[in-house]
Design a protein around this ligand. Structure first.
Ligand code: MG
Length: 249
C-alpha cells in the first residue's frame, strides 16, 4: 500500500528533509583530501542533533553510523571509518537519513575530493542530471515507471550503466515504503502517481557494469568490476503543482 500523506505529515517530512538538505550543503566544505569518513560521520551526527533531528540510518537494520560514505567503486552503504582517508581525485557518495518527530528524511550526493578527471566529472554530472529528469516525471497522471524511464532514457545514451539491484522508495513514517522506484526500464508499468505521495528518488550509475556485490562487512555495495559509481538522491512530495523537492534548501 502506498501511503498518501496528510498536510500535517507533509509538514513533518519537510522538517526531516530540511535537515538532510543542510547536511548535504554544509558537508561539501568538509570533504577534502586527508579527512577520514569517520570525521565526516561524527560531524554529521552532531549537526543533525543540533538541528533537532535524530540520525535516521544509525541502528536501521543494525547499520552502525549516521552517514553512508561510499568511495569510488563503492556504490552505497559504505561504513565510515577512521582508516578511510579521502584522497585527491576520489569521489565520495554521502547518503544521510534523519528522523524528525517520527518522520524520515533521506538524501544523497556524490562529491569530488579535490579535482577529479573529466570522465569522473561526467559520471557525476550525468547521475545528478538523471535525478532531475526522474523528479520531473514525478507528476500526477504519470506512473512510477515513468520516473524509471526518464532516468533510463537519459543515462544510457551517455554510455553509463544503471545499478539494478537497488532502488528508490516511498518514504514517511518508514524509511522504506512502497512504491519501489526502479532506476531503469524493466518493461513494466508501475502504479499511478498521486498527490501527497512522498518519494525518495535515487539513481545509482556506474562507468562500467551495472552488476554489484556486497563486501564481507555485509553492508558496502561495490561495482562488480571495480568501476566508479555515483549516487544522487532527493526526497520529493508530489503536489498538484508538480514535485516539491524537500531535500533542497
Ligand atoms: Mg533512500
Amino acid at each position: 500500500m502506498i501511503v498518501l500523506k496528510t498536510r500535517h505529515e507533509l509538514g513533518l517530512l519537510r522538517e526531516a528533509n530540511r535537515i538532510i538538505a543542510v547536511i548535504l550543503e554544509e558537508i561539501a566544505d568538509r570533504i577534502r583530501p586527508g579527512v577520514s569518513t569517520l570525521e565526516l560521520d561524527q560531524w554529521a551526527e552532531a549537526r543533525i542533533l543540533e538541528l533537532k533531528g535524530r540520525p535516521g540510518f544509525k541502528g536501521y537494520n543494525g547499520f552502525p553510523a549516521t552517514l553512508c560514505t561510499s568511495v569510488n567503486e563503492e556504490v552505497v552503504h559504505g561504513i565510515p571509518s577512521p582508516d578511510r582517508i579521502l584522497q585527491e581525485g576520489d569521489i565520495v557518495g554521502i547518503d544521510v537519513g534523519s528522523i524528525f518527530q517520527g518522520y524520515y528524511g533521506d538524501g544523497a550526493r556524490t562529491y569530488a575530493v579535490g579535482s577529479v578527471s573529466p570522465e569522473t566529472e561526467q559520471l557525476m554530472s550525468v547521475c545528478r542530471e538523471s535525478l532531475e529528469k526522474g523528479i520531473a516525471a514525478a507528476v500526477v497522471g504519470n506512473r512510477i515507471s515513468d520516473i524509471s524511464l526518464a532516468i533510463d532514457h537519459y543515462v544510457r545514451p551517455k554510455g553509463f550503466e544503471i545499478v539494478r539491484d537497488l532502488t528508490g522508495h516511498g518514504i514517511g513514517r518508514q524509511l522504506h515504503e512502497e512504491p519501489q522506484i526502479l532506476n531503469y526500464d524493466a518493461g513494466q508499468k508501475g502504479p499511478r502517481i498521486k498527490t501527497n505521495m512522498t518519494l525518495a528518488i535515487e539513481p545509482m550509475i556506474t562507468a562500467g557494469t551495472w552488476q554489484v556485490r556486497t563486501l564481507d562487512d555485509q553492508w558496502t555495495v561495490v561495482t562488480a568490476d571495480g568501476s566508479l559509481a555515483a549516487h544522487f538522491e532527493h526526497t520529493v512530495a508530489v503536489t498538484d503543482n508538480g514535485p516539491e523537492i524537500l531535500t533542497r534548501l
